[in-house]
Design a protein around this ligand. Structure first.
Ligand code: GLU
Length: 304
């Protein structure tokens, strides 16, 4: 079966699959999102795009942005990265404080909030205009120059960032944060509030299916070894304490965000993004994961 038929089939099967989860409400601006949105978009290395449902409405990509910031920082730090953050699954919630105390401020991996805050902190030190530079990076990956931050969501998250600010301060107390925690939170909340649609998201992850090269422009984002490592981190840590279950069900490197987006990559072939804002108890899109599981099952292809 071809991609087009498969995603149309999945869209039909899951069109009414709502009421199983809850839209994120710990960031007030996110609670206003209509839970019924549903879109699937596939971008292939051959340059084809296949979409079903709402792939034009933009939403905030939240934690999916952590892959972009990690790519920007790991370019500069190389293996030194692993002195400031680990690379093991955490088994705890995305915003948990517990492990940080035991592990003395070295977050378990770059995708839990504590780890992403450390990455954002180093990004602020490495780049001249961090918020602008993140936008430029993602605009190049997506081929879309008018991508921007959703200011309302960014400000709403900054205003309610009690937990993330606690994480940043805690990390700082162990000496693993260089910049002012308030500044780190500002940049972090902005990149989480990057507003993209499923089509743009699928397109911008294609470099990870292509050994680190943007297929449309030929631009190298990172080396093939880095691309392998980013994919491996997504597979082992991309869905927080549901990463094992995601690998079991979907069998692909993936990354989720509390805005309801999930993106996954089949190296050598394609990337796929799904948006459905109702979240399960782990903060991952309920219908998004279901759709991705059906995608690899019907296609008969995963990384395994
Ligand atoms: N901006 C969100 C937060 O820090 C990101 C979490 C997520 O998408 O999983 O709480």
């Amino acid at each position: 079966m071809q991609y087009k038929e498969i995603i149309e089939r999945i869209y039909k099967e899951l069109e009414d699959y709502t009421g199983h989860g809850k839209v994120a409400d710990y960031i007030p601006a996110l609670s206003k999102v209509n839970p019924e949105h549903f879109g699937i978009s596939v971008a292939t290395l051959d340059g084809d795009h296949f979409s079903a449902g709402d792939v034009e409405t933009r939403f905030t990509i939240q934690s999916i942005s952590k892959v972009f910031t990690l790519a920007m920082v790991s370019r500069h730090l190389g293996d030194k990265l692993w002195e400031i953050v680990g690379r093991e699954p955490s088994g705890t919630a995305f915003n948990s404080l517990i492990q940080l105390e035991q592990e003395r401020g070295i977050p378990r991996n770059p995708f839990i909030n504590a780890g992403a805050l450390v990455i954002t902190d180093r990004l602020i030190s490495l780049y001249k205009n961090p918020k602008e530079d993140i936008l430029t990076f993602v605009r190049e990956l997506s081929g879309n120059r008018d991508l921007n931050y959703n200011k309302d969501v960014a400000l709403s998250e900054i205003e309610h960032s009690y937990r993330n600010l606690a994480l940043a301060n805690f990390v700082k107390s162990f000496g693993n944060l260089v910049n002012d925690p308030v500044k780190v939170i500002d940049t972090y909340c902005h990149h989480c509030a990057l507003s993209m649609n499923a089509y743009e998201l699928a397109t911008s992850f294609l470099f990870l299916a292509n050994g680190g090269i943007v297929s449309t422009s030929g631009q190298r984002v990172c080396g093939s070894r880095s691309a392998k490592r980013l994919n491996a981190l997504m597979l082992t840590c991309g869905l927080y304490n549901e990463s094992g279950d995601f690998a079991y069900r979907v069998g692909l490197p993936g990354k989720s965000g509390v805005g309801g987006g999930v993106v996954a990559v089949i190296p050598g072939k394609l990337s796929i993004a799904v948006w459905s804002p109702e979240l399960n108890k782990n903060g991952n899109s309920y219908r998004g994961i279901e759709a991705l599981e059906r995608f690899t099952t019907y296609l008969g292809i995963s990384v395994f």
